[in-house]
Design a protein. Sequence first.
Length: 102
Amino acid sequence: MSRPVPVAVLLEMRSSGVRKPLAITWEDGTRYEITTSRYVGFRKARSAGSGECWICRIEGKDVPLYFSALTGCWWMDGKGEPLPAPTPEPYRRVKNREYKPG
């Protein structure tokens, strides 16, 4: 199973609008340099959702890096179970309807 891991991306943005990722910072703060990257278009991620995809060579391995234009977030597929959805808070009465001013 894989989970989406949000990452910080150091990006080169050219005047033509072409984006080129140069480095990523993983969730634990580790920074990885990207030696080469190529844009492969809109792809579905293994972890969750879909987005624009770059295949990046990091430490000799080709790994996908995703960008969601809708949210503006970058993410990669990580190992482990996805984080559980937050549990809704139980309903609690905000106002005491039996209260009568004196």
